[in-house]
Design a protein. Sequence first.
Length: 376
Amino acid sequence: MDLYEHQARQLFEEFGIPVPRAEVTDSPREARGIARRLGGRVVVKAQVRTGGRGKAGGVRLAEDPAAAERTARQILGTDINGHPVRTVMLAQPADIESEFYVSYVLDRAAGQFLAIASAEGGTEIEEVAATRPESVARVPVDPVEGVTSAKANEIVRAAGLPPRTADILMRLWQVLTREDALLVEVNPLVRTVQGHLLALDGKVTLDDNARFRQTRWGEQDERHDDPLEAAAAAKGLNYVKLDGEVGVIGNGAGLVMSTLDVVAGCGARPANFLDIGGGASARVMSDGLSVVLSDPDVKSVLVNVFGGITACDAVADGIVRALDAVRPTKPLVVRLDGNNAVRGRAVLDDRAHPLVRQATTMDDAARLAARLADAG
Ligand code: GDP
Ligand code: MN
C-alpha cells in the first residue's frame, strides 16, 4: 500500500527528519486559512499516489492566501495521471539551492535492501538514471545490520551528498524498518539557500503483509480510484481493472496471470485480473461474475479454473448458481480442468445456458473468448 505524500511527511516528522510545515485540506476556503497560518506564500500540492505531479501541474506556488484558495480550487477535483485529486497539501515553500535523491528499496533477488542515492535529485531523476547511471549510487544494505553510521557515510560518499545527510539516512532507515515499509523515497531532499536540509517530497510503500500490526493508516487508504476496483474490494475480491475487452476469472494468481498472457497471445486484451482463490464458492463466483460483467468494456468473459483441492464439479455448481443470480448478458467461455473436470463439465452441459460455451484447453478457451469479444 502506498501512502500519500502528507502521510509520508507525517512519518518523516515523527522520526526526526526535517520537513516543511504543511497542512492538508479538501476545501479551497480552508486552503486560504491554512496559507495564512503558514505565512501567506505556499506550495499547493495535489495529494495523489502517483509520481510526476509537478510535471502534470499538481505542484504550484501561490503567492498569497487568496491565490492559495484559487489554486486549490483549480487542482481539487481534477485528475493527475488518471488519479482524482481529493485533497491538497499546502506547504511552506523552500528556497532550494540543491536537490538530492535518496531511497531504500527491497531488493528481493539479492535478499537485502538497496540504498539508491544521487546528488542530482528532482523531477528529472529517471532521466539522470537512464543517461548518466554513474550519477546514481546503489549501495546494498544488509537487513539485519541496517543503516549504521558507517553505512550512512558510505552512501553519502558514494552519491556525493552533503555529509549532514548521513543523519537523515539513518532516520529514514528507521522509518523503513519500524513502519514495515518496502520502499521509502525522498525526492527531492533539498539543501536550502539558508543551508538547511529538508525532505520536500516523500513516498512510502508499506508491506501489506504487515498490516495486521500496522493499523494506523486503516480504512482511508482502502479507497480505490477505480469504481469497479472499489466494488470488488468491498466484496473481498482480488480484482485489478485493465483496459481490454475480455473479462478474466480464474482460481489462483499464477493461473490468472498466465490466462492474461494467453488472451493477449490470441490478439485480444484482458479487461481485468480476477483471482477467486482456492475455494471458488458459488458466492465468490457470482460476486466475481457480477463485477466483471458490470464493466462496460467487457465483451466476453473467460472463466479458467483448474481444480486442485477444489473439485471442478463444485466450481461448476458455483457457476450455475452465479448464472442464475447474475443473469449475464455477454458470452462466457468456461474451461474446467483438473480434479473432477468431467463431472464439472457435465454440470454445465446439463444447465445448457445459451450464453455459456465450454472449452477443454486454456488455449482453445482464450481463442474462443477473443473471437466472441471481437464479434460482440
Ligand atoms: P512530484 O513531481 O510529484 O515529484 O512532486 P515534488 O513535491 O517532488 O515537486 C516537484 C518539484 O517541484 C521539485 O523537484 C521541486 O523542484 C519543485 N518544488 C516542490 N516544492 C518546492 C518548494 O517548496 N520550493 C521550490 N522552489 N520548489 C519546489
Ligand atoms: Mn518528488
